[in-house]
Write a protein of this length. Structure first.
Length: 140
C-alpha cells in the first residue's frame, strides 16, 4: 500500500486507492462478508509515519460493499474511505421496486380480464396467449 501511495503521489496528490480488507463483489447478506477495516487504519498509520504526513493521508475506495454492516461501513469511513461502491445493492433495490410494481400491474390486469374475459375478442385473446401477458385461462 505504501508503494502505491508513493508512486501515485508522483503523478498527483489527488488519488484514491481501492485496498482489499475482506470486501468482495456481489450480493451477500449482512454477516456473510468478514471485513477487517483495521487493515485500512494500519495502512494509514504506516504511511503517516513513513512519509511524515497528517493523519489519514490516503483516500480509500470501498469496492464490494454489499452485505457490509452499518458499523463496518462507519469504521471504514473513519479510516479514510471517501467513496463506496454500492452498485449491486442499488441495482437489486431498483429491480425489486420494478418487480413489485410489475406484479401489481399484472394483478390489476388479471382482475380486469377475469371480469371481462367473456367479452375479449378473438384477436386480443390470441395476443394474450402468444405474448403471455397474463397467466389466465381464456380458452374458447
Amino acid at each position: 500500500m505504501a508503494y502505491a501511495y508513493e508512486q501515485l503521489l508522483k503523478v498527483s496528490k489527488n488519488f484514491t486507492i481501492a485496498a482489499a480488507f475482506g470486501n468482495v463483489h456481489g450480493v451477500y447478506k449482512p454477516g456473510n462478508v468478514q471485513l477487517t477495516p483495521k487493515i485500512l487504519h494500519n495502512s494509514q498509520v504506516f504511511v503517516e509515519k513513513k512519509y511524515s504526513t497528517a493523519p489519514n493521508p490516503v483516500n480509500f475506495v470501498f469496492h464490494g460493499g454489499s452485505g457490509s454492516s452499518r458499523v463496518e461501513i462507519r469504521e471504514a469511513i473513519s479510516y479514510g474511505v471517501v467513496k463506496m461502491n454500492i452498485d449491486t445493492d442499488t441495482q437489486w433495490a431498483f429491480w425489486m421496486a420494478f418487480e413489485n410494481s410489475r406484479q401489481q400491474i399484472m394483478d390489476i390486469c388479471r382482475g380486469r380480464l377475469e371480469t371481462r374475459k367473456e367479452k375479449i375478442n378473438p384477436i386480443r385473446r390470441n395476443t394474450i396467449r402468444v405474448y403471455g401477458f397474463v397467466k389466465l385461462k381464456i380458452d374458447d
